[in-house]
Design a protein around this ligand. Structure first.
Ligand code: PEP
Length: 253
């Protein structure tokens, strides 16, 4: 996987009150203290960002958010800006998760605006792409990914995207217990990297991290991470338990 530093990211979705989040984060910091040569990130719900930030601030666990709104500020009830995330100690932000695309009207165009806002504010975007089961079965996987990547990154230069992380999350594998095989995931990651190469050049293609997401667990992480183009994981369900998530983080041990 070249010189790319692995990133293991946890998406806590709409789980955990403030006290539950603090407790899980505390355990995770302890359990992953010895993790070397890997970045670790957790994305609690917005409400728990500040309190979790206190727990992780002197550790090697980064704080991330699950979404943002692209405007700087204003009358946008219920929305959260990039500057607000930065002010809680966030370094990363997940953008375009399939649940947001499916239930909250997220489109490639809104994803594009959100990525722009994240980059402008020095947040690292974790840009999610992935095909549905129907799309895979009708052989449209590559067409769908090409379109998501093309539209999501419209108007950017290679220089803008130095920190960007891509997360390939086949929708049919999220929360379902079905995982893409490591060969299937590798084939798709290689394809995504080739798209980055074509569009933004070889330097970015070689350095960009592409995570796999979809029912990643302690028992399948090592096999996935052994693939040349898989640079980490975006983990949902298994990130809610510090015990399980730390086993994923420590996949090399
Ligand atoms: C996710 O939410 O990004 C995800 C991959 O979920 P899970 O690990 O539960 O499939």
């Amino acid at each position: 996987m070249g010189n790319r530093r692995p990133l293991i990211a946890g998406n806590w979705k709409m789980y955990k009150t403030c006290s539950e989040a603090v407790e899980t984060a505390r355990q995770l910091v302890k359990l992953t203290a010895a993790a070397a040569d890997v970045d670790v990130m957790i994305a609690p719900p917005f409400t728990a960002l500040s309190v979790v930030s206190e727990v992780v601030k002197d550790s090697n666990v980064f704080l991330g958010a699950q979404n943002l709104f692209w405007e700087k500020e204003g009358a946008f009830t219920g929305q959260i800006s990039a500057a607000m995330l930065i002010s809680t100690g966030c370094r990363h932000v997940i953008i375009g998760h399939s649940e947001r695309r499916q239930y909250f009207g997220e489109t490639d165009e809104t994803v594009n605006k959100k990525i722009r806002s994240a980059i402008k504010n020095d947040l690292i975007p974790v840009f999610c792409v992935g095909e549905t089961e129907n799309e895979r079965e009708s052989n449209q996987t590559f067409t769908v990914l090409d379109k998501q990547l093309h539209n999501g990154l419209e108007g950017f230069s290679a220089g803008d995207l130095e920190t960007l992380v891509i997360a390939y999350e086949p929708v049919w594998a999220i929360g379902t217990g079905k995982t893409a095989t490591s060969d299937q995931a590798q084939e798709t990651h290689q394809f995504l990297r080739s798209l980055v190469d074509k569009r933004f050049g070889n330097v970015l293609a070689k350095s960009i991290r592409i995570l796999y997401g979809g029912s990643v667990k302690p028992n399948n992480i090592a096999e996935l991470m052994a693939m040349a183009d898989i640079d980490g994981a975006l983990v949902g369900g298994a990130s809610l338990s510090a015990e399980m998530f730390s086993q994923i983080v420590l996949y090399k041990e």
